[in-house]
Design a protein around this ligand. Structure first.
Ligand code: PXP
Length: 236
């Protein structure tokens, strides 16, 4: 299972002072040296963490893989097509949210998403749709020729009881199986941390995990390289 690091929170810390430090570009280069398989950033409409300069520099400097999380808006699709990440992960975006709150509803927005995928494919960018672990959503993602789905693991991560956690894990397992059968690549993420990853890693056939908050938080105490390598040891 591959591991991509979301570095948005490094940019959030930088933006708190409106100056240059800590630079998310430095974080990405350290993360690559530590062994991550890719770098993830979410270019939001309000630019609350990374900005266009960051994404352009990452595109030039990283040697693993750039996964650009984005809303399927005209402005951001245009930027993505110009910059050319290896992967665009389409997420829902609401101004008031603290973080992405759940998957997109592919069924309700199917023709718009189909056009967005076509535009991104036209720029040689693979497309992943961030969705809930639902068979109907996966069918819709395959129908409009997404390359990957990213399964939202937030409900699993926030489950209060063990029963709730295992129920959600069952849904995720069934979704992975169904997605694979349809030829989709399978990523997963949101809310995964050093504790719940020990249970989550038992789910077979996931191609890649996208993790941010837990690793960046731990990095404050032990350093970024150590935090990444601890997570990689748990994943593998
Ligand atoms: N995947 C997606 C689509 C996300 O929006 C986020 C949060 O930015 C993550 C993964 C990573 O979540 P976390 O920061 O909780 O690890």
């Amino acid at each position: 299972m591959r591991f991509s690091l979301n570095i948005d929170h490094i940019a959030t810390l930088r933006n708190a002072r409106g100056e240059g430090q800590p630079d998310p570009i430095t974080a990405a280069l350290i993360a690559e040296q530590a062994g991550v398989d890719g770098i993830v950033v979410h270019l939001r409409e309000d630019r609350r963490h990374v900005n266009e300069r960051d994404v352009r520099l990452l595109r030039e400097l990283i040697t693993t893989k750039l996964d650009l999380e984005m809303a399927a808006t005209e402005e951001i699709i245009k930027i993505a097509c110009d910059i050319g990440p290896e992967l665009s992960t389409i997420v829902p975006e609401h101004r008031q949210e603290l973080t992405t709150e759940g998957g997109i509803n592919v069924i309700d927005d199917i023709s718009h998403l189909k056009d967005a995928i076509k535009d991104l494919h036209g720029a040689d960018i693979l497309v992943s749709l961030f969705i809930e672990p639902s068979i109907d959503q996966i069918d819709a993602a395959a129908e409009i020729e997404a390359d990957f789905i990213e399964l939202h693991t937030g409900v699993f991560a926030n489950a209060v009881t063990e029963e709730e956690q295992f129920d959600e894990l069952d849904k995720i397992r069934a979704s992975v199986k169904h997605g694979k059968k349809l030829g989709l690549g399978i990523n997963a993420g949101h809310g995964l941390d050093y504790k719940n990853i020990k249970i989550f890693r038992e789910v077979p056939d996931i191609d890649e995990l996208s993790i941010g908050h837990a690793v960046i938080s731990r990095a404050v105490f032990v350093g970024l390289k150590e935090a990444i390598q601890e997570m990689m040891r748990l994943i593998r």
